[in-house]
Design a protein around this ligand. Structure first.
Ligand code: FES
Length: 76
């Protein structure tokens, strides 16, 4: 699947760049070109970086991973 249409960069290529050490959207862009044209894909790249770091990449306000143990049992 393409993550970056402008530069024709796939999710696999982005993930390989992350696995190789790219730790920011800019670093992924330097390695692959993704995100360096219109920028529309930069949030998708950021989510892949977050997932690679152990998060889900989302921004859910009830996410225990983002809000600490106090909300670990929260639902919804
Ligand atoms: S879609 Fe990635 S820079 Fe435009």
């Amino acid at each position: 699947m393409y993550v970056c249409i402008c530069k024709a960069v796939t999710d696999r290529v982005v993930d390989q760049a992350i696995e190789a050490g790219a730790a920011s959207v800019g670093a992924v862009g330097e390695a692959t070109g993704a995100g360096t044209d219109c920028g529309c894909c930069q949030n998708a790249i950021a989510r892949r970086l977050a997932r690679a770091a152990g998060g889900c990449g989302g921004a859910c306000s009830t996410c225990p991973a983002q809000n600490g143990a106090a909300q670990a049992g929260a639902t919804g």
